[in-house]
Every structure is written in C-alpha cells, then in structure tokens.
Write a protein that binds this ligand. Sequence first.
Ligand SMILES: Nc1nc2c(c(=O)[nH]1)N[C@H]1C(S)=C(S)[C@@H](COP(=O)(O)OP(=O)(O)OC[C@H]3O[C@@H](n4cnc5c(=O)[nH]c(N)nc54)[C@H](O)[C@@H]3O)O[C@H]1N2
Ligand SMILES: Nc1nc2c(c(=O)[nH]1)N[C@H]1C(S)=C(S)[C@@H](COP(=O)(O)OP(=O)(O)OC[C@H]3O[C@@H](n4cnc5c(=O)[nH]c(N)nc54)[C@H](O)[C@@H]3O)O[C@H]1N2
Ligand code: SF4
Ligand SMILES: [Mo]
Length: 606
Amino acid sequence: TSEAPRTPLPVVVKGACHHDCPDTCAWEVTVVDGVATRLRGSAEHPVTRGTLCPKVNRFLDRVHHPDRVLTPLRRTGPKGDAAFEPISWDDAIGEIADRIGSLREAGRAESILQFSFAGTQGLVQMGVAIDGLFDALGASDVHRELCGTTSWLGAAKVLGRPFGVDPESLRHSRTLVLWGTNTRITNRHFWPVVEEARAAGATIVVVDPVRTDTAREADVFVQPRPGTDVALVLGLVHVLDRDGLLDAQWLDEHTTGWPELRASATSWTPERTAQETGVDAAQITWLARRMAIETPTGVRMLIGPEHRENGTEIQRAVAMLPAVLGSWREVGGGLARSTQQWAFSALALPQRRPARRTVNMARLGQVLTDPRDGDPHVELLFVHNSNPASIVPDQNRVIAGLERDDLFTVVVEQFLTDTARYADIVLPATTQIEHLDLAHSWGHLYLALNQPAIAPRGEALPNSEIARRLATALGLDDPVLHRSDEQIVRDLLDSDHPFLEGITYEVLAERGWARLAVPEGLRPHVDEIHGVPTRPMRLGALDPARGPEAEGSDRFPLSLISRKQHPKFLNANYAAFPAHWPSSGRPSLQIHPADAEHRGLASGDF
Ligand SMILES: Nc1nc2c(c(=O)[nH]1)N[C@H]1C(S)=C(S)[C@@H](COP(=O)(O)OP(=O)(O)OC[C@H]3O[C@@H](n4cnc5c(=O)[nH]c(N)nc54)[C@H](O)[C@@H]3O)O[C@H]1N2
Ligand SMILES: Nc1nc2c(c(=O)[nH]1)N[C@H]1C(S)=C(S)[C@@H](COP(=O)(O)OP(=O)(O)OC[C@H]3O[C@@H](n4cnc5c(=O)[nH]c(N)nc54)[C@H](O)[C@@H]3O)O[C@H]1N2
Ligand code: SF4
Ligand SMILES: [Mo]
C-alpha cells in the first residue's frame, strides 16, 4: 500500500487533504497508467460528504503546475533573487550534511534551527520523521505555536485538558453560537451540521466584529467591537445571575471559582456592557436568556479572536459560558473547539527529546537578526512545511534575517515561495498525492490514511525520505531514524488506547478512514475520559482590559483583523495561482466608513 499503483485500468486511491484546515477531507484519486486523472471528496465520509472546496478542487493542477520545484537547487545570485541552478540529490544532501556536521563538531548544534509549521498536517510528513533527526542532532527546536496555542491556553485555563465536544454532536443544539469563527469560509464541512440543527429548530447566532459570509446567514448577528468579548461574557453572566437562570447545584458540583466570576460580573449591567462592546443592551439580555432556556446550547469557536492582544482571556471567557450554564450536560451542548486532543490522547506520538533551546516561531525575525537573542546565534535554518517570509509577524525583520550572508538556509518546498527565494539550497518536496501519511483532524473525530496515488514528480521526495538521507549522510544509524513511512504510521497506531480500538493500518488502508472509537454521547468535562481528569471546570474573575489596542488609544487607534477571507486561499498557499485570486486581483482592506473618511480614504483607493 505504500507504493503508487501503475496499471492501464483506472484505480481509485484513497487519501486525505493535508491542509491546515479543520475539515481534513477524505478524498479519492483516480489514477490511470500512473497519472492522476480525477480527485473528488469521499462520498461515504460523514464530514466530507462528497465535496472538497474551492481551494482544493483544482489540486491536480497544483501537482502538475509548471512552476513546481522538481530538482534540488543551489543559489547562484543574491539572496531573494530566486536565481538557482539545479544540482543532484547527492550534492545537495552532501553539502547540507557537511554544514550540519561542522556545526556539530564545533559544539554549536544549537545554532541549527529547524523551522516548520503545518504546510501538511499529516503526522509523518509534518513532523515525526524530521523531528527525530533534529532531536538526534540536539538542534534548536521551534515551538509550532503560531496557530491555536493562544486559544488552547485560554480554554485550558478553564477546562484543564480542553477536550471540546464532537462538532458533529452540535446537530442536536437548539441554540448554536458561532463565536469568532467564519464557518462558511474556514470550516465549510461543518456548515451542513449547522443547517441540520437549524432545520430541527435551532437558532443560529454569530458573534463577530465583522459581518462575514457566515454572519449573513445567521438568524441573529451579534457584532461586538474587536476584543471586547470578555466584557460581553461578563454582561451575559450578569444577566444569567440577575435573572436566576443558573443552577447552583451544577455550579457547586462541577466548577470552582464561581463566587469570583460572579463578583467580577456584578457591575456589568447590560447597559454598561453595551457601552463597552457596542452590542445593544436588549440583545445582550436576549442572548443570555436564549442560551439558558433554549437548550442544548452549543458554542463553536476556532481561533479568530486569538490574534487579539487579550486573545487568551477571550478564549477563557468564552470557555466559561458553557461551564456556567451547565451546557455540557446535554448532547448538543458545550464548547466545540479544536478536536486535536482526542486524536493526540489516543495515538502513540513519539516522545520528543527536549531540545536545549526552543524558539517561539512568532519571534523568528528577532531571533535571526539580533545576535544577542539566544545563544548561539542561528547559523543554519532548515525550513519545511512553512513559508515564514509570509506567515510570521514582523515580516521586514524576517526578510532581513533571511538576507543574512552568514546564514545558510535550506527550504524544502513544492514551489519557489517567498521564503524559498532566499534559500541557499531548495529541496523539492512531494505533494500529498505523492506520499504516504496519517491524517488526524482538528475539526472532527476521524483518522485517515493518505496513500500515494502517483509516483513523485521529477526528483521530488517526501520530507521523511529527506530526513532519512540526511541521517545516513551524518552517520546517524539509530533505526528509529530509518523507519519507512509505513512503519511510522504503524507505530503511531500501536497504542492500546480505547479510542483506537479496531483501527489498524489494514482497516485504514482498506476503508481510507475511521472514526475514533469515542462512545456516542460521551460528554467531555462531565463524563470521565479514560482517566484524564477534566473536572472541575475552573471559573474565576474575568479581566475585560483590552491592552494597548483598545479603541481611542493614541498609539494604536485602529484594530486590525487579519481574518481568513478568501475562499480559494489556504494561508499562504495558492497566492501564486491567478485562478485562485479574488476578482479584484489584489489584496484589499475593509475599513469602517467613518475611519476611512477622516483619513481621506475612499473605496477603490490604493
Ligand atoms: N478559505 C480558508 N479557509 C481556511 C484558512 C484559510 O486561509 N482560508 N485557514 C485555515 C486555518 S490555518 C485556520 S487556523 C482556520 C481559522 O478559522 P477561523 O477561526 O474560523 O477563522 P479566522 O478568519 O481566523 O477568524 C474567524 C473570525 O474571528 C473574527 N474575529 C477577529 N477578532 C475577533 C474578536 O475580537 N472577537 C470576535 N468575537 N471575533 C473576532 C474575525 O472577524 C473572523 O471572522 O481556518 C482554516 N480554513
Ligand atoms: N498574515 C497572516 N499570517 C498568518 C495567518 C494569516 O491569516 N495572515 N494565519 C496564521 C495561521 S492560523 C497559520 S495556521 C499559519 C500557517 O503557516 P504555514 O503553515 O507556514 O502556511 P501554509 O501556507 O499553510 O503552508 C506553508 C507551505 O507548506 C508547503 N507544503 C505543503 N505540503 C508540504 C509537504 O508535504 N512538504 C513540504 N516540505 N512543504 C509542504 C506549501 O507549499 C506552503 O508553501 O500562518 C499564520 N500567519
Ligand atoms: S482545504 Fe479543508 S475543506 Fe478544502 S479539501 Fe482540504 S480539508 Fe477539505
Ligand atoms: Mo491556522
């Protein structure tokens, strides 16, 4: 199963989308004579339901795009100019291994930094294989924390290990609040669940500072000022308490910190909350009552508000609402957030050897440009699965770092991205239909086996194979570093956790995907989850302060919302493909007419 088929008769190969997207669609690739002729969403998969999305419908064009990097490349011009010559794999691996080897010998292994994120979320190609190599080298490691960690921390402060409810269970909600998430664009395979709930009588509420595509389809749209969500939660708690809508016994048995939360909400009358948030006082009262009375009440949140200065506190506040209300008691109630905890608690993920130095990926620009930042200074940067010149904050500084003459940069990529243009060596990476992987999801409870449908194009190699070749060149012979991709997947599944009951490599290879064996109706943070303590939920005083970005601040009079708004982009992917561009053909900024007018800006200016 780990070889791509090559027969004249059409063969259907099962796989799954690699993108950092909560939907993790299961797909089927039709292959004729080694050529992929068709890609479609699995019709049987309960979340994919036979469709992919506008980003990935043309994925085969991406695989066969003339701009694919298909051989190793060595830089021949100034950094950033994308002037390269093709070289052989032996030369590329040899040169990188020499550089790594001499830094190791000089006792400067920590001046090697691997930088990667979630270009593919497949566990083998995202990290397991390459992490093993860099752990063995004792190199500096990257905290892959640009997405979801702020949100995780906020939720974890309340929930401990923040298992959310299965998003599919929200079809039973009667009140469904999509809080700071743009489902129609970012999590489109969850939308049918929303519609099922609505058809069964649910009211769909969207809480977002922007009237998004999702807000337009809601029954009720609540539009707070950016970052004022903590005040909004305080206002809701105030009404719930004032109107006697809370269950003292539930609070007593399942939570701690209610007295402190209650005290912090005392002054947040609907009127005061309205002043702070811009949401109508009557709507605040309505929402609180609705969430308490028309149950089950489900709250859906991904990561939108985590980009705010007070992002952790916002997530913490929103995570408190279902706890205060006791929504977790009912199937269809509770907080539905990233489901990653479910899969991660079950799979046999390898133990990471603690790296001696760990770099916060958001600080890459600082780390590369300031010799006093971290010791030793980074001399070798190995990028895979990421495009830091585009996705890391403080872009000018990141680029200044990538321009450093004394930095040796390797980029493993499918395309000459903004980052790859600065590389000393570019290594050609396979795409998802050219390699094997195990896909878990942060938006549902299914695992999928992605089997290679076609042979690698040109000389492209999977990240895992690159790690094995480097290990060989560096004389690292620990068998763990030389496991095949299939063996890595088998090892990941080799766990006696009950959620993996009945899920074997063979079952996945045959069916393509399987639902984690999580019992139907299991209520996280109410029921026991295999010995993981998830109770009591921790309430406490909430802090509505918004930090320096608060409105009216002299330093930051405006609040930037950098949301995901293009139906055909996925983070930095596809920006080089005109067929994926917005109709205007260039990036745009939406600004409130009042803010625009007083700066002399009008629609269409650029
Ligand atoms: N088409 C498309 N889909 C994607 C992606 C993509 O790039 N394009 N990226 C994928 C990835 S990596 C991720 S992490 C997910 C993210 O999925 P989401 O979290 O759903 O997406 P975002 O657009 O980051 O944020 C959602 C909403 O949060 C709102 N928001 C911002 N600040 C605040 C605030 O202070 N309070 C409240 N209540 N709302 C606020 C924004 O206006 C936005 O509408 O999407 C995934 N799906
Ligand atoms: N300005 C801005 N910055 C952002 C965000 C934003 O919305 N706006 N969103 C933030 C969020 S939520 C996230 S998740 C991050 C995303 O940050 P990243 O994970 O870095 O972004 P992606 O664009 O998803 O993927 C990066 C690269 O991975 C490559 N890739 C895909 N598959 C493979 C593979 O198998 N092997 C190798 N070697 N490479 C592969 C793709 O070609 C792509 O260029 O960005 C964050 N930063
Ligand atoms: S990007 Fe998301 S919605 Fe599109 S095919 Fe991949 S997993 Fe599905
Ligand atoms: Mo993300």
